[in-house]
Ligand binder design. Structure first.
Ligand SMILES: Cc1cc2nc3c(=O)[nH]c(=O)nc-3n(C[C@H](O)[C@H](O)[C@H](O)COP(=O)(O)O)c2cc1C
Length: 258
């Protein structure tokens, strides 16, 4: 088996998942979705994975854009992992439908839960709870690896019906607004002009002007900028000053540099 895993990750949970899975599957290349011209895998690749975070109860727009450019070849086994904080909702069903429109069959979709990086609603939670999630994620990745290695198909994990109904409506309502939400970022006085926010942004939406980050209205809302800022000087709305920052403990900022 020769596999490629395309991943998208703001704070490292999805990258870590992709790495662990690659280690289990063997002969697997990891490719970030945000690098242009990265959607074409060689003819020797027979397994393709998509690993990405759930954003606003659905598939992030960066992943949707990536799908449009991804090479489509018959005979390839496709799987996906929707990395999330406990509300996968209808994300994998949506992905399956999006892929079907492009003539692709999603054979397996796994829901894996990590600490939340959605800082406007709070921090990642107590360390003991985070540890439980990492342990459960490790077990789930192992199970996914054997499912994929055996080329099983049919598994498509999803949230309960109420979640899929309610949150799919919210996803549709907010999807077109996401890029403009970067107007809610502010800088407080401690910015050291290190430029890490600029480098972790997957879509070049941040530049330093007079030593301060400026957002340009093309935000993906991955929240990498606020979460990786070493001074914790980027705020989003009024409450984030008091919330703990988060990134996966085994992933470093340089691992997600664009
Ligand atoms: C804009 C945004 C929206 C999110 N929406 C959801 C959601 O609908 N359901 C959920 O369970 N987690 C949600 N999350 C949490 C992330 O999916 C979760 O923390 C994930 O592990 C982050 O992965 P990453 O570190 O690879 O970026 C959201 C995070 C962000 C930044």
């Amino acid at each position: 088996m020769k596999a490629v895993i395309y991943y998208y990750s703001g704070t490292g949970n999805s990258l870590w998942t992709a790495r662990q899975l690659a280690g289990k599957l063997g002969d697997t290349e990891l490719v970030p979705m945000h690098r242009p011209n990265q959607g074409s895998h060689g003819s020797n690749v027979d397994t393709v994975g998509l690993v990405f975070p759930v954003h606003i109860w659905g598939v992030p727009s960066l992943v949707r854009t990536f799908l449009q450019s991804m090479e489509k070849r018959p005979g390839v086994y496709y799987f996906a992992i929707a990395v999330n904080a406990g509300q996968v909702s209808r994300t994998l069903v949506q992905l399956k439908e999006l892929m079907a429109r492009g003539g692709l069959t999603l054979s397996a979709g796994f829901d894996i839960i990590f600490p939340s990086n959605y800082i406007p609603w709070g921090g990642p939670g107590p360390v003991a709870v985070q540890r439980k999630r990492f342990d459960a994620a490790t077990e789930k990745i192992n199970a996914a690896a054997s499912y994929i290695s055996n080329r099983n198909s049919g598994l498509l994990e999803m949230g309960p019906l109420w979640q899929r109904v309610l949150f799919t409506g919210l996803y549709k309502m907010t999807y077109n607004l996401v890029k403009t939400l970067d107007k809610n970022f502010q800088i407080d006085g401690t910015c050291s002009s290190c430029g890490i926010c600029e480098r972790v942004c997957p879509v070049k939406n941040i530049s330093l002007e007079a030593g301060r980050p400026v957002w340009h209205g093309g935000c993906e809302q991955c929240l990498a900028c606020i979460q990786w800022c070493p001074e914790a000087c980027i705020q989003y709305g009024k409450k984030t000053k008091s919330y703990e920052r988060y990134h996966h403990p085994e992933v470093q900022a340089k691992d997600v540099f664009r």
